[in-house]
Design a binder for this molecule. Structure first.
Ligand SMILES: [Zn+2]
Length: 90
């Protein structure tokens, strides 16, 4: 079956996918292997311990950002200037 990669927007044939976990998001093999390389970097950089649920959550956040499911700004949000300002303007 033909799918469209969520990351690069190219069509790919999902019968060519060997790593089924990559189909958590419809992503082509190239983008998925890019993410696996990147995730190792993230894990090393943030010293994530995959046995800890909080750390797995952090990695999943990066995963979603990588595939464009989450806006990068959300991570840098300053709690002092974020939601509260929006509320006071209503
Ligand atoms: Zn792709």
């Amino acid at each position: 079956m033909s799918k469209t990669c969520i990351k690069c927007g190219k069509d790919f044939d999902d019968s060519s996918i060997t790593d089924q976990i990559s189909q958590k998001y419809p992503s082509c093999q190239a983008c998925w292997s890019e993410w696996t390389t990147y995730s190792v970097m993230v894990i090393n950089e943030l010293r994530l311990d995959m046995s800890l649920p909080e750390h797995r959550k952090a990695l999943r956040k990066h995963e979603r950002m990588f595939f464009g499911l989450e806006k990068p700004e959300e991570l840098q949000k300053n709690p002092d200037t974020g939601a509260r300002d929006n509320l006071s303007q209503v």
